[in-house]
Design a binder for this molecule. Structure first.
Ligand code: NAD
Length: 299
């Protein structure tokens, strides 16, 4: 299959490589020469423009930073330049309104489009084990699932256009709130003379249990794979969590949903980021809540 891949950054680089590994011809484009060089080394064919990448594409995949990039790349460079038979898949995390706008523009021009944001970070992108949340026409889902297969562990249809993005921001709002709740529990346990490691044993088997506790415990020790064991390096950057929480708050304001804890968690991650920790894993916010930022590397 001939695939055009636009946006070869932290996520897109690994995703494009997995499409090439699956035997597809991947015409890859990014504004960054370094990203193009990396894609070439991973078996993709770098090209000089979006137009060149999409010219004869059967599938077009985009993995771009945010809504404005997605809108301009689709409206100015993909729609009209790719054959109308091409399947258009945007895997970036963007706002629901822009996703629906792009779906409308693509649909009017005769294309099949889906919003297909991902859960899972850079390691999952490299390993081909991302979870995709898809907003698309039901009749098109099987074809979309097949196209995403080399990059995915699971692909779920959320509903019509825009609902893939809705699923992504609602899920990550729960995660942001849960992580802060977990960190507050640990900070209080410590003050009360309860060992945070012992607290893990208890909370992970009690009603305080959540993914943030059992899979991503922000105190080193109990979950060896969690970023807390490596000085909060790698993992899911605070800046990325903040981006998703902002999208959730914008969506809540627009739709009239009441999300007071989502708003609080956005404010707390914002505070943490402003102190220079946007590049640290988001579970490092524990150290801010403990008042122990002195030992934490900025970045
Ligand atoms: P990134 O900044 O590393 O990559 C984005 C790439 O897009 C860059 O290489 C940039 O040069 C390129 N780009 C920007 N404008 C372009 C244009 N007009 N034409 C071609 N290329 C262009 O970001 P990332 O971490 O790969 O994230 C991509 C998307 O995935 C974001 O929407 C992000 O929210 C989402 N996401 C990221 C993660 C993560 O852990 N990094 C996890 C899940 C979802």
């Amino acid at each position: 299959m001939k695939i055009a891949f636009i946006g070869l950054g932290n996520m897109g680089g690994g995703m494009a490589a997995n499409q090439a590994k699956a035997g597809h011809q991947v015409l890859a484009f990014d504004l960054s020469q370094a990203a193009l060089n990396k894609a070439k080394a991973a078996g993709c064919t770098p090209v000089g423009s979006v137009a060149e990448a999409v010219k004869d594409a059967e599938v077009v995949i985009t993995m771009l930073p945010a809504g404005p990039h997605v809108l301009s790349v689709y409206s100015e460079q993909i729609i009209g330049a790719a054959p109308t038979s091409a399947l258009l898949l945007d895997c970036s995390t963007i706002d629901v309104d822009t996703a629906r706008k792009v779906a409308g523009l693509a649909g009017e021009a005769g294309y099949v489009f889906a919003d297909a944001p991902v859960s899972g970070g850079i390691m999952a992108a490299e390993a081909g084990t991302l979870a995709f949340m898809v907003g698309c026409d039901e009749a098109q889902f099987a074809r979309i699932e097949t196209a995403l297969e080399p990059m995915s562990r699971v692909t779920m249809r959320a509903g019509d256009h825009g609902t893939g993005q809705a699923a992504k921001i609602c899920n990550n709002m729960i995660l942001g709130i849960n992580m802060i709740a977990t960190c507050e529990g640990i900070a209080l346990a410590e003050k009360l003379g309860l060992d945070p490691v012992k607290f893990f044993d208890i909370a992970s088997k009690s009603s305080g249990q959540s993914w943030s506790v059992t899979t991503y415990y922000p105190w080193p020790g109990p979950v060896p794979t969690a970023p807390s064991n490596r000085d909060y390096d790698g993992g899911f950057a605070t800046a990325m969590m903040l981006k998703d929480l902002k999208l959730a708050q914008d969506a809540a304001a627009r739709s009239g949903a009441s999300t007071p804890l989502g708003a609080q968690s956005e404010a707390l991650f914002q505070l943490f980021e402003r102190q220079g920790f946007g590049g640290r894993d988001f579970s490092a916010i524990l150290q801010m809540l403990r008042g122990q930022m002195g030992d934490l590397k900025q970045g």
